[in-house]
Design a protein around this ligand. Structure first.
Ligand SMILES: Cc1ncc(COP(=O)(O)O)c(C=O)c1O
Length: 399
């Protein structure tokens, strides 16, 4: 069986909808089935902080549970959390969203993507997605009845989405663009001037932009540009943010969407039937994270930056050419020099040297020839993984 889920799921006729039947299972999730069956694996696979949630955040949630705060919240989320998110966006980006009707607390950015695509798409509507890109982008579009249009990006242009290529893919059915910078799986970050080109297209062709900014705080040596701050973009943007990555809170399942009231209302309509609300303990933890968690974020970011330098240098030194990722916690080296496909490389590296990386092809056709290495792992694990990978590459180098 292919480890990236190249086999398409097909339910018995009549039982499974065609829409779901045509989706391939996530190549990342499937890969972890294989990883968990092996011993002694160093994982550069899963895109998850290796830090525990800052203790004062966990403690705030424990205290709220002790006080019996175990109920549903308002569908839009706890008012105090919406106020904290509004304050955060204003302090950080000078963006004003009303906590009353322009912010929705979601079950992570994952649910934000699902709600946003379902709220805006009619059957057959097209949505631009970067290739390679986060696995949920295209799938959420398909599940919402839309059609994802993959726009290629490459190492030559540091995996940035280029405005002329986006424009060339548009048709009169194109409704939106999904972007996510800093990017998973590449670590690419687009600077303000580069994003301005995408904004120009959105304006010219009357498109919405879903901007997944889950990695906004994990940027190294440059500034993160919040897409909604670009001229005329606040009205067109569904800004998705979260706590999973910057605050090491993946399991708390909380995030937020910020957009104009009409869109937030539509998203909350789906949310109230499909989810009711985000979990209250996650929301309480998120209030604490936003109000007092900034020092912890800065410490973690400094540590990721140290690891980033080690892994990027290490990969280039062993002959896996790797552009310098400026954000998130991923390096995306090329494995073309080994003559293996990205899937073969990942599978053989795992079986022979017990190092888990994700084949780039799990993120789209343009990810082929690369693997994703997550450096949210201890420095000693990263160093050991690089040694094993070096051995593997020299053993398999052609000639
Ligand atoms: C680009 C991107 N967006 C969204 C998510 C999911 O975030 P959350 O935990 O907030 O649902 C991930 C998780 O890996 C991600 O990499």
């Amino acid at each position: 069986m292919s480890i990236t889920g190249a086999v398409r799921a097909k339910g018995p006729r009549g039982a499974i909808s065609q829409r779901v039947g045509q989706l391939a299972p996530s190549g990342i999730r499937r890969f972890f089935g294989l990883v968990s069956s092996l011993e002694g694996v160093i994982s550069l696979g899963i895109g998850e902080p290796d830090f525990a949630t800052p203790w004062h955040v966990t403690e705030a949630a424990i205290y709220s549970l002790e006080k019996g705060q175990t109920m549903y919240t308002a569908t839009y989320g706890l008012p105090q959390l919406r106020h904290e998110v509004a304050r955060y966006l204003e302090d950080r980006y000078a963006l004003r969203y009303s906590p009353d009707d322009e912010l929705l607390i979601t079950v992570g950015v994952s649910q934000g993507l699902d709600l946003a695509t379902r709220a805006i798409l009619d059957p057959g509507d097209e949505v631009i997605v970067p290739d390679p890109g986060y696995v949920a982008y295209g799938s959420c579009v398909v599940l919402a009845g839309g059609v994802p249009l993959a726009v290629p990006t490459s190492q030559e242009t540091d995996f940035k989405l280029e405005a002329p290529q986006v424009e060339a893919r548009l048709s009169d059915r194109t409704k939106a663009i999904i972007i996510g910078y800093p990017a998973n799986p590449t670590g690419a970050v687009m600077a303000k001037g580069e994003l301005a080109g995408i904004a120009e297209i959105a304006r010219k062709h009357n498109l919405l932009v879903i901007s997944d900014e889950i990695y906004a705080r994990l940027v190294y040596g440059m500034e993160h540009t919040c897409f909604a701050t670009l001229p005329g973009m606040k009205e067109r943007t569904i800004l998705l943010g979260g706590f999973s990555k910057a605050y090491a809170m993946t399991g708390w399942r909380v995030g937020y969407a910020a957009a104009r009231a009409e869109i937030i209302e539509a998203m909350s309509k789906i949310h109230q039937y499909a989810m009711l609300c985000a979990p209250i303990m996650g929301q309480v933890a998120a209030i604490e994270a936003l109000s007092s968690g900034q020092a912890a974020v800065e410490e973690m970011v400094a540590e990721y930056d140290r690891r980033r330098r080690v892994i990027v240098k290490g990969l280039n030194d062993i002959g896996l050419s790797c552009f310098e990722p400026k954000g998130a916690f991923y390096a995306f080296p090329s494995v073309r020099g080994t003559g293996m496909s990205s899937e073969q490389f990942a599978e053989r590296l795992l079986l022979e040297e017990r190092v888990a990386v994700i084949p780039g092809s799990a993120f789209g056709a343009c990810g082929e020839g690369h693997v994703r290495c997550c450096y949210a792992a201890s420095l000693s694990d990263i160093e050991e993984a690089l040694e094993r990978m070096g051995r593997f590459v020299s053993r398999h180098s052609p000639g």
